[in-house]
Design a protein around this ligand. Structure first.
Ligand SMILES: [Zn+2]
Length: 169
């Protein structure tokens, strides 16, 4: 059986542990259920570090249509041209909430815009420039070029198993 993440449990924990997500590599972890798409700016799986920050800042949140408490948004998709869209989130009182209200602004608020990857388990590339080395035989030779290094970002399930096993079920 595949493990799934209990967001009701995980959201308060992630917020409490924000320091853990502030910096790479954890900042770049992506989750299958957290994504944003807008026809005019693109989108993808949102980096968890930016999502938690925007949950805390109240940018990636909505008011629960049922109880008016805070809904922590997980997924938003919208088309600005048609004005139509949908967001899905978690109300800590009601559980999973889906709504079609207040769509276009959600992804544009705060610092979320552009903080996503097109694929899950994406490992960002860091460019490292190698220094010039001088050797008698070859004269001035640049040994090694700009290198692409993949940052080892944990995959979400590995990360959850290691740090939040109680939030998996
Ligand atoms: Zn609610």
């Amino acid at each position: 059986m595949e493990l799934s993440l209990n967001w009701l449990k995980a959201i308060p924990r992630f917020i409490e542990d924000y320091d853990r997500f502030k910096n790479p590599p954890n900042y770049y972890i992506t989750f299958p259920e957290i994504s944003g798409n807008a026809s005019f700016i693109g989108g993808g799986y949102l980096f968890i570090g930016e999502v938690v920050k925007n949950w805390i800042d109240g940018n990636f949140t909505q008011s629960c249509p049922a109880c008016k408490e805070t809904v922590y948004v997980l997924r938003v998709g919208c088309s600005l041209t048609s004005g139509r869209g949908l967001w899905t989130g978690i109300c800590l009182k009601c559980g999973k909430v889906e709504s079609r209200t207040n769509i276009p602004g959600v992804l544009m608020q705060g610092s979320l815009c552009g903080k996503w990857s097109g694929e899950l388990g994406y490992r960002p590339i860091i460019q490292e420039s190698s220094p010039y080395h001088y050797t008698i035989q070859d004269g001035l030779t640049r040994l090694g070029d700009k290198e692409e290094i993949r940052m080892n970002v944990p995959l979400w399930l590995e990360f959850m198993k290691e740090n939040y096993p109680d939030c998996l079920e």
